[in-house]
Design a protein around this ligand. Structure first.
Ligand SMILES: Cc1ncc(COP(=O)(O)O)c(CNc2cc3ccccc3n(O)c2=O)c1O
Length: 428
């Protein structure tokens, strides 16, 4: 695989920061090394000495002085070595990526700790996309990614989806406008990247079937695409066993996978990680070096203490508990929709995540949701926010069931029902 084709000129121009190189050398040198290189502040001037965390299960985690000094000091851009090692082991345990341990393969998997997966997606797209490029993106899609992509000025081609996720037949139909050989022609506008949210989609809550994932991967192979697998809801799949990831089938080194700790452990710690081909991860690391330098050290050390205490089995048990929490909320949400919205809206049962995607029997939801709904003390997100063309009318709204009680969801949908009836009588 020739990765240069996928890296834009800004990213290709990036060079390792000499200071960050020295930080890495200093960290990996023997105690005899005397470093007067790095402009590190002296940790003895820091007011925080240690910390103690109490988990909901009663476990007490103590971050002593030595570890706290590491947490509060500059650290390597790729991530704390211990956390990198742990998440690498998690990927092996969960996805068994074919290229995880093939160090000599050009697409050997490398990992970067990011400030949440939003940060990772931004670095990947800002390192790969040029204005002349064509990017395939499932629609509807996550507004956070649309906010990154649209300003880059590339051509965005929407790939339709349904209750089983992105439609590979529509993807094939779009790609049939090119020949696979066009990928060898630098002047061709053949698509290079495919962005998808394979499980518990945002905004739909739908997930790709295993068959569709295989078909999409085969099409990516045929047309030399790289796949951006944005998968913060992987562990929140309601069906068991979980449907395998695209990374688990990646024999070519064409999947860049974004994981997040936001939906399982904390969204405020701002930690996620990217698993992908080393040449791409290296470009993202250089991007990170020139901006935030590294993800928060205190967040990384805090997370690592929790993960090391759990181990992989404990992590999976926690993920299963969180999934059951959201399954119960999903059931309450669907029950409230059936009770109040039957005949006024359509929806399919979410297969994971934390969202219900409602198609209302009105021509456009934007003004109804952004103006009238607030007067009725209820908030949703209008469907246009998830579309490539956010000016076009949309009959959809996204409802998040993650934060509301069953009673609140019932009342919210009762209010939405009266809004729909009013809108049907007097369209805004
Ligand atoms: C598909 C997909 N990919 C990436 C991310 C980012 O997650 P990270 O790991 O925390 O950076 C997300 C997070 N989605 C949302 C976040 C959010 C934050 C504040 C307020 C509202 C928010 N709404 O509505 C969201 O959907 C996501 O759904």
């Amino acid at each position: 695989m020739n990765y240069t084709r996928f890296i834009n000129s800004v990213s290709l121009a990036r060079k390792p920061s000499p200071i960050r190189v020295l930080t890495a050398i200093a960290l990996s040198s023997p105690p005899s090394m005397i470093s007067m290189a790095g402009g590190n502040p002296n940790v003895k001037t820091f007011p925080i000495q240690s910390a103690t965390l109490t988990l909901r299960n009663g476990t007490v985690i103590h971050i002593g002085e030595e570890l706290m000094q590491q947490a509060l000091q500059y650290s390597p851009t790729p991530g704390f070595p211990g956390l990198l090692e742990w998440v690498r082991g998690l990927q092996d345990h969960i996805h068994t990526p074919p290229l995880l341990n093939k160090k000599n393969h050009p697409g050997a998997v490398d990992i970067l700790i990011t400030n949440g997966s939003q940060d990772g997606i931004a670095r990947a797209l800002e390192s790969m996309v040029s204005p002349k490029d064509t990017v395939l993106i499932e629609t509807p899609s996550y507004p956070g990614t649309l906010a990154i992509l649209k300003p880059l000025g590339c051509r965005l081609l929407p790939v339709q989806s349904d209750k089983h996720g992105m439609d590979p037949d529509h993807l094939q139909h779009i790609l049939s406008n090119w020949k696979p050989s066009h990928a060898l022609d630098p002047s061709s506008d053949i698509p290079k990247l495919l962005y998808c949210i394979p499980n518990g989609g945002n905004p739909t809550g739908y997930g790709l079937t295993a068959e569709r994932k295989k078909k999409i991967y085969q099409l990516a192979r045929e047309y030399s695409l790289l796949i951006l697998e944005d998968d913060p809801y992987y562990y929140l799949q309601f069906s068991k066993p979980r449907i395998p990831s695209l990374l688990s089938m990646d024999e070519d080194g064409r999947v860049i996978r974004f994981d997040s700790f936001s939906k399982l452990i904390s969204s405020g710690l701002r930690l996620g990680f990217v698993s992908g081909p080393k040449p791409i991860i290296e470009r993202m690391q250089l991007h990170m070096q020139a901006t935030v330098m590294h993800a928060s050290g205190l967040s990384q050390i805090t997370l690592l203490q929790i993960l090391q205490g759990w181990g992989y089995e404990g992590f999976k048990q926690h993920a299963d508990k969180v999934t059951e929490f959201y399954r119960e909320r999903k059931n309450h949400c669907v029950a409230a929709a059936k009770k109040h919205l039957t005949g006024l809206a359509e929806w399919s049962e979410p297969s994971g995540g934390m969202f219900l995607w409602l198609k209302l029997k009105v021509p456009d939801t934007f003004k109804m949701i952004t103006v009238k709904a607030r007067e009725k003390d209820v908030l949703f997100v209008p469907g246009n926010a998830f579309m490539l063309d956010d000016q076009a009318p949309s009959q959809y709204v996204r409802a998040a069931y993650s934060m509301c009680t069953a009673e609140q969801m019932d009342l919210a949908f009762e209010r939405l029902a009266s809004l729909i009836r009013e809108e049907q009588l007097n369209p805004s």
